[in-house]
Structure formats: structure tokens, C-alpha cells
Design a protein around this ligand. Structure first.
Ligand code: MG
Ligand code: MG
Length: 249
């Protein structure tokens, strides 16, 4: 069921989203060669809690960590570990925070030190694909319009669209209806209405979009080992467009 959020609910979602944004900003300077992903998870969890929120993903369907940290070819749901980030890696931090029962969700891919042109390319164009999708959002548009815009942009840039994973509604549950796929036909799917809150999150690969699941039953990686990017914002549909909730307030 797709819910329309009240002004009061949007205010709570705005606070949760802003905590997610601030956690990204807080962690950025720590993303350096030698830091372990476990350390980034610990710092992020402490920071989220210091702002009076709880990490949305910890315990979500049994996910054991506060933050999903995925390195290079890992697409999503990476487990924080003793792995040390190296100069030239890319790392995606997917962060969720819950404020008074309402969630924010935003993933972002970062460069560790100096990265090669392929990594710059996947980062630049996956981020741009996110904004191409967001640009479609207004009352009366359909989910398929967002999906299609992302797919077209990805294909124009020779990037693979991971089809097994998609965006979603956000509210009292971090994953609600509707699904927001990163491929599809314009003019199809649920109609957007003012007060709907969705997370749009292209997950693109430099090679084949085929993925597989680790034995931990969570982490998704590319089958061919090609690098992947992931950029996500939670947004609310407004009277004439959208407002990013996981950004600066
Ligand atoms: Mg999400
Ligand atoms: Mg996310």
C-alpha cells in the first residue's frame, strides 16, 4: 500500500533524512586509506545515536550492522569488516536513520584517495542518473517515468543497470511500497501524488549488470567483478516537483 504522508509526518521524515545527510558529511573525512570499514560503521552508528536517532538498518530483517559498506564491485549490503580501504578504492556508504519512528535512507559512493578514470566515470554517471530520475518527479508523473529516465541515461553511458534491486517508498518502514525500479517504461506504474515519499537509487555497473549473493545472504556483488556505483536520495513529492529529504535542511 502506498501511503500519503501528512505535514507532521513529512517534518519527522525531514529530520530523519537530515540526520542521514549529516552522518554522510561526518564520515567523509574518515574515508581514507587505512581505515577499516568496521571503524566507519562504528563512527557512523555513534554519530547517528548522538543525534537521538537509531540506525534503520541495524537488525532490519536481521542485518547485523548500522551501515551497509560496499567496496569496488560490491553493489549493496556490504558487511563492515576489518578490511582496510586502499588508495584507489571506491566505497559506498548506505545509511539509514530513524527519528520518532520515521526513516531516512541515502547511499553514496566515495573515492578513497586518487581513483582511476573508470571509477571516476562510474561515480559521475551513476550520480547523474540519480538526478535524471529525480527530475521526473511531480504529481501526476508515474514511477515508470523515473525508472525509464535512469535506464536511458545508464544505457547512453554504456553502464549496466542492476535489475534485482530497486528504490522504494519510505516512511514508518524504511522499505515501503511502491518499488522504484531503475529500468522501465514511461507512463507505467503507480502515479505520483503530493506527499508520497520515495527513495530513488540507481545501482549501475561498468560491465555486466549480473550480480550474485555472498554466502552471508546479504552482500550483492557483480558476477564479472566490474565496479559499481550507487547513489540514493529519499525525496517527498511536492505540489510542483520534489524536495530532497536526505540533504541539507
Ligand atoms: Mg534504499
Ligand atoms: Mg539505502
Amino acid at each position: 500500500m502506498i501511503t500519503i504522508k501528512s505535514q507532521r509526518e513529512i517534518e519527522l521524515l525531514r529530520i530523519a533524512g537530515n540526520v542521514v545527510y549529516k552522518t554522510h558529511q561526518y564520515l567523509k573525512p574518515f574515508i581514507k586509506e587505512g581505515v577499516t570499514t568496521e571503524e566507519l560503521n562504528r563512527l557512523g552508528e555513534e554519530y547517528i545515536r548522538s543525534l537521538g536517532c537509531t540506525p534503520s538498518f541495524k537488525g532490519y530483517e536481521g542485518f547485523p550492522y548500522a551501515i551497509c559498506i560496499s567496496v569496488n564491485s560490491e553493489v549493496v549490503h556490504g558487511f563492515p569488516s576489518k578490511r582496510k580501504l586502499k588508495n584507489g578504492d571506491i566505497v559506498t556508504l548506505d545509511i539509514g536513520a530513524c527519528w520518532k519512528g520515521y526513516h531516512g535512507d541515502s547511499g553514496w559512493t566515495y573515492a578513497v584517495g586518487e581513483v582511476d578514470d573508470d571509477k571516476k566515470y562510474i561515480m559521475e554517471h551513476t550520480e547523474k542518473a540519480l538526478y535524471k530520475g529525480l527530475a521526473e518527479i511531480k504529481p501526476g508523473a508515474r514511477i515508470g517515468d523515473i525508472s525509464h529516465a535512469i535506464q536511458v541515461y545508464a544505457e547512453q553511458h554504456n553502464l549496466g543497470v542492476v535489475k534485482e534491486l530497486c528504490g522504494h517508498g519510505v516512511g514508518t518502514d524504511v522499505h515501503e511500497d511502491p518499488e522504484v525500479p531503475n529500468y522501465g517504461e514511461p507512463g507505467t506504474g503507480p502515479k505520483l501524488k503530493e506527499g508520497m515519499v520515495i527513495a530513488v537509487e540507481p545501482m549501475l555497473t561498468l560491465g555486466s549488470p549480473k550480480v550474485y549473493l555472498y554466502d552471508n545472504n546479504w552482500t550483492v556483488d557483480t558476477q564479472d567483478g566490474s565496479i559499481s556505483g550507487h547513489y540514493e536520495h529519499t525525496v517527498v513529492v511536492t505540489k510542483d516537483g520534489y524536495e530532497i529529504l536526505t540533504g541539507e535542511m
